[in-house]
Design a protein around this ligand. Sequence first.
Ligand SMILES: Nc1nc2c(c(=O)[nH]1)N[C@H]1C(S)=C(S)[C@@H](COP(=O)(O)O)O[C@H]1N2
Ligand SMILES: [Mo]
Length: 498
Amino acid sequence: MPDPAIFPWFVVITHALTVFFMLMLARSGIEVLASFPKMYWNDGCPPGREWARFSTKMYGADSRRPWVSLDEEEAWNPVIAMPGRKNLGLGRHWHFMTVHFWIATGIVYIAMVFTSGRWHFLIPTEWSVVPDAIEAVGTYLQFELPAKLPGEPYNAVQKLTYFAVVFLLAPLQIITGAAMSPSVLARFPWYGKLFGGKQGARSIHFIGLCAFAGFVVIHTAMVIIHGLPLGFAKIVLGHETADRSLAVAIGTIALAAIVLIHVLLTVFARLRPRTAQHLLGVVVAPFEGVLSRLFTSRQRYTRADISEYHRVNGYPPVDPEYERMAADDFADYRLPVGGRVANPVSLSLAELRELGWATQICNHNCIQGWNSIAEWGGVPLERLVDLVSPDPDVTHVVFYAMDDKGLTEGEGRYGYFYEAVPIFLARHTQSLLALEMNGAPLPIEHGAPVRVRFETQLGYKMVKWIKAVEFVDDVSTIGLGQGGYREDQLYYANAAGI
Ligand SMILES: Nc1nc2c(c(=O)[nH]1)N[C@H]1C(S)=C(S)[C@@H](COP(=O)(O)O)O[C@H]1N2
Ligand SMILES: [Mo]
């Protein structure tokens, strides 16, 4: 058994890093929550059936006024959200970058806990710890301090709590986090079902955040009750008998530094969003890219799984040419497919159908957090790729849309919607040019006459109202050069697998 009076250096360092990372995970997680501040237990997220709603805006499935899911986003203050005020793209970047370091810190900590023998202090090996913990709570309620377990640094309720936080709560956050990734859900549909679907995972993940917050509040209060200088001596200088005023000074400076770094990073992300998107992308993009490349969709939902309501994102095109085509059931619509290909084509809807037909019942994951299951019918994208025969140097397929965001959205946005995806995605199973939804021609709001489906990706890659398809070897000259409209204007990541 290690000396209970000593807090080894690895505890001191990983504890400090964890304070910084957890604060970042919480703030960036709150940013993500702001973009869809509603909690559901059921996939499909039927409007009005949320179990929690952190928003005064109400939208009904049968609302007379058209609305899209981006209208549900809230602008929360940068003090609580990282980086705050409708910055979902960057919030996710911070969250996913931090989670790498948080997990790495956790792995080092746990490895050291086991090799140092300190696991004896954390992992209960006798059931008696439970009644002892209840008794300790009773002692606290009498405003007295319970005795430590013999030969150990903590009392029974402390030991149980630390055990639960390290070995239950932290892993729960990791496994429910993974259960929200569209690539993971598409490749292993059973995994999402473990949590009652994506919304179950999202709800548990949120409750996990609340549990962490509750732990931090009580833990801090307990440190104060037990004596702040003593607590600082242990967690800053590593020993009960260390110089307490020195420990308090260093600990206070460390806490102030953590707050200051948060402030600076927030200001940086708000003033230089493009730089933040690129720098964070260095860590996040390779990881997302590997997931997107390796995981292909194996979804086989049944008709009974189809959601009763499917949210819309993006207002339909408003130009007269689109409205004229729609009035005519898109009889003279043609889809030009070109760029760096041997055989450019321009296809009518009938000609598209002749290339081949597939249907699939799949789960749609919007980056904001909602999901919906629907049946899509259309042409496997691979057939189109084979038909046009792209040059060997092609890296991306670009889908251009007919909605001009300056007209449909305003809010300072401009230009036609478009998204580029890596060419390998076009050949994945269940990559589809969809002409039908739930057995009927695509409704206007879901992308008529043609939209694309990449079932391992987030919704923003699945361009609706497609005007043209282009095979390219470089996306930097298209739009603002970030690989898609939402990457250009909302700083979303370029890979959309998580
Ligand atoms: N042309 C176009 N396609 C688009 C969008 C858009 O705004 N314009 N929004 C994207 C986003 S963010 C999502 S989540 C899905 C929503 O698809 P749905 O409206 O069929 O649910 O469409 C994607 N395709
Ligand atoms: Mo979305």
